[in-house]
Design a protein around this ligand. Sequence first.
Ligand SMILES: NC(=O)c1ccc[n+]([C@@H]2O[C@H](COP(=O)([O-])OP(=O)(O)OC[C@H]3O[C@@H](n4cnc5c(N)ncnc54)[C@H](O)[C@@H]3O)[C@@H](O)[C@H]2O)c1
Length: 426
Amino acid sequence: MEDLRGPRQEIDRIDGELARLFEARMAAAAEIAARKRALGLPVRDPAREREVLEQAAARIENPALRPRFAALMEALMAQSRDYQEELNTGNPNSILPERGALRRAASLLDLDRRVFLVTDDGVPVQYTEALAAQCRDATVYTVPRGEGSKSPESLTALLEAMLRAGLTRGDCVAAVGGGVVGDLAGLAAALYMRGIDWYNLPTTLLAMVDSSVGGKTAVNLGGVKNAAGAFWQPKAVLIDPEVLDTLPRRQRSNGLAEAVKMALTHDAQLFARFENPAGYGPVEEIIAACLRIKTAVVAADEREAGLRRVLNFGHTLGHGLEAAAGGRLLHGEAVALGMLPLCAPEVRARLIPVLERLGLPTYVNFDLDMDKALEAICHDKKSVEGGVETVFVPAVGRFAFQTADLRELKALLSTLTRQQALGNRH
Ligand SMILES: NC(=O)c1ccc[n+]([C@@H]2O[C@H](COP(=O)([O-])OP(=O)(O)OC[C@H]3O[C@@H](n4cnc5c(N)ncnc54)[C@H](O)[C@@H]3O)[C@@H](O)[C@H]2O)c1
């Protein structure tokens, strides 16, 4: 065989040179971005980006290689933008909880591009206005409030609107709203052009402590909750607790249910805060504690193959109750109820007064359609062969996975009907 040492050495030498040039280019681009930011100038300059691409491609002598080199340069520029954003925000997919963060979003996120803002008609407009004012080019898209917007139809309409707005791969989506808006907009970002950047700006407590972290996005399909979705991490989650000032009390309690869920399975100290008759303290601290738990669980198991299933505590029965309630229960309220039968008696005895204090239900105060509830639980994607998996809390701060068959599920649910629930307590 011919001696290949010569060309191989040449490739090694070129690769070494490329690595050095790559590092130098990233550093130079980051310096330009930092200086522009300091001067309050837009970081991106699409006209200049096009020029750089054209000039670089023109230097290639072999015309057949020019489009390939242009594609390589485009990828390099995208990497460069990601790197600058990481430098700016601290880390990729960063979570930024901070009062007033919405007002200074432009210094935390890359809004120097086309930003497609998705919100719902129940979110006060001042929040989308505050964000839109900081974007180079903003389009605001508003869906009707409520779970009904998490449908394939609204997803299609949203994707079509993104296409009409001329969104390209370098542009981004920003979700400004609760879990409904985040789940819908995140899925649209995952699908559009095979995935574009998105930012999540949660405006409900539930979304701040739970749904905005973890990258789960979905719509409901054929009556099954979250049946079509994707794991698609937002580039950043910007949490501004100031927006909670306008959140109705019932919605705040709804979010606290998810915080109690995390406390019960992971954090006895956090649970003790909820037991304090003087109140649980600043909501920022509750958000921070929940984010610590959720990010640790998600980091250990992003795709819900193992540990992440613990976040379903209260959700298995909760989904059934939510379906049977026909709109009478909010998601967090159903989760609050769903936790009660799956705690050890001593834990339940501590949980009931906490839920009452937080304005959450402790029994089902309507005629429970058991068949409907069971059907929803068993159609639920968390169903497993030979029974449905549930999470059980044997002591505050601990959890165990269990399975329950239909008969057991029915028995668990019936402990929540008014007479049974009250009877169990006395
Ligand atoms: N992706 C996940 O990991 C995950 C986790 C938990 C829940 N979820 C999903 O989240 C959804 C529920 O989310 P949610 O509880 O935030 O409900 P939501 O998104 O429906 O918001 C509740 C209501 O509050 C209004 N609102 C939002 N922000 C407000 C503000 N700052 N001031 C006044 N009103 C405001 C909205 O218009 C809406 O009417 C469900 O669809 C659930 O499946 C997703």
